[in-house]
Design a protein around this ligand. Structure first.
Ligand code: MG
Length: 385
């Protein structure tokens, strides 16, 4: 049995990770669990899996957990410090980081510093701090296993291959709910429309990122760091059925693809048990029933977020941290009804143009860039009021 930490255990990826472990008994011992603010769910998980310690980011929920688990021998921490304390523990074999958004970045840094292998679902870790985290992981000889379906697919396609023979990584994109809308129509899109994703069922923030295609932009940046690929060797193709999760083209023109139904339990299971394919089958992919797989070029004029991400990855340094934080702020401003859907990239571009980009940053520089970007976007949003 391996000891496991799950950071962000009550979210969609965290809960699916526990389902995968339930289906593969006697493989992992759940040692630590953390959550943002869903204390009820965390308490239920703690009762079921009996971890050594748990942490909740929202300090106000600490009392509830202490009362609820008073008869259990479980250490309970609260606040951001509690999350980081658990992330930094080195007495586990693997950490799953499924924290959503920028708060997930620093925990990854802690895990890597503690010298523990990580199964990574949090995007911000590599988008914002890819250079720092990959350098650290390499120095310590650690493994970073991607859970994101696209990177998990590329990782599977690259198995046994020589990276020097790769001509191109081809990321597939569903195209989101607005693939067929005109730019004019995009301007009037509401948060409710944007939250209705055709193929993947995800959280609110990432669903908007999928609708603007910024999510795919982030995935270009992640692929760049995970597979050490220059940005010009990472391409995006729109594939609305989301059955091919991504592909790798080799120097002889041969293309390998990984296929499956859009269910995150499959990539989670592969990441947890790599290099094994386990017998547990979540769903059958019936290709005859699916019948058609289609592909098209992404519309870069309509989805400017994708362009901005490509620029940021070429600039390197703190550019993609600015991109990420500015986008995060702008997406919530859209969800709160303060800006239009088509203004999300406008705010991101402004941030990239105005905030100083540092090359070869240290971890502290990234945190400082995060602070500056948040302040910048807040000021820009205030000007609107
Ligand atoms: Mg993805």
């Amino acid at each position: 049995m391996k000891d496991l930490t799950i950071l962000g255990a009550t979210g969609s990826i965290g809960s699916n990770t526990l389902k995968v472990i339930d289906a593969n008994p006697d493989t992992f011992n759940i040692k630590y669990l953390t959550a943002g603010s869903n204390a009820e769910k965390l308490a239920a998980q703690a009762k079921k899996y009996k971890p050594t310690a748990i942490a909740i980011a929202n300090k106000q929920k600490l009392n509830y957990l202490q009362t609820e688990l008073s008869d259990k021998k479980i250490d309970i921490y609260g606040g951001r410090d509690g999350i980081l304390e658990i992330a930094g523990r080195d007495d586990v074999d693997l950490v799953v980081n499924s924290i959503v958004g920028p708060p997930g970045m620093e925990p990854t840094y802690k895990v890597v510093n503690a010298g523990v292998d990580i199964a990574l679902s949090n995007k911000e870790s590599l988008v914002m701090a890819g250079s720092v985290i990959m350098k650290q992981a390499e120095q310590k000889g650690l493994k970073i296993y991607p859970i994101d379906s696209e990177h998990n697919a590329i990782w599977q396609c690259l198995r046994g291959e020589d990276l020097r023979e790769v001509a191109e990584i081809i990321l597939t994109a569903s195209g989101g709910p607005f693939r067929t809308l005109s730019y004019q129509e995009l301007k009037g899109v509401t948060p409710e429309q944007a939250l209705d994703h055709p193929t993947w069922n995800m959280g609110r923030k990432i669903t908007i990122d999928s609708a603007t295609m910024m999510n795919k932009g982030f995935e270009i940046i992640e692929a760049h760091w995970l597979f050490n690929m220059p940005a010009n060797k990472i391409d995006v193709v729109v594939h609305p059925q989301s059955i091919i999760h991504s592909m790798v083209e080799f120097c002889d023109g041969s293309i390998k693809a990984q296929l499956g139904l859009p269910d995150m339990k499959l990539p989670i299971q592969y990441a947890l048990f790599y290099p094994q394919h386990r017998e547990v089958r979540w769903e059958n992919t019936n290709l005859a029933k699916i019948r058609k797989l289609t592909f098209e070029e992404p519309d870069y004029r309509k989805f400017t977020c994708l362009k901005l991400a490509q620029q940021a990855v070429k600039e390197e340094g703190t550019a993609s941290a600015i991109l990420n934080v500015a986008n995060d702020k702008a997406v919530y401003a859209f969800l709160n009804g303060n800006i239009k859907f088509t203004e999300i990239p406008v705010f991101v571009e402004k941030a990239l143009d105005n905030i100083k980009i540092l090359s070869d940053p240290e971890f502290g520089d990234i945190l400082e860039t995060q602070r500056q970007t948040e302040e910048f976007i807040d000021n820009e949003l205030n000007k609107r009021k």
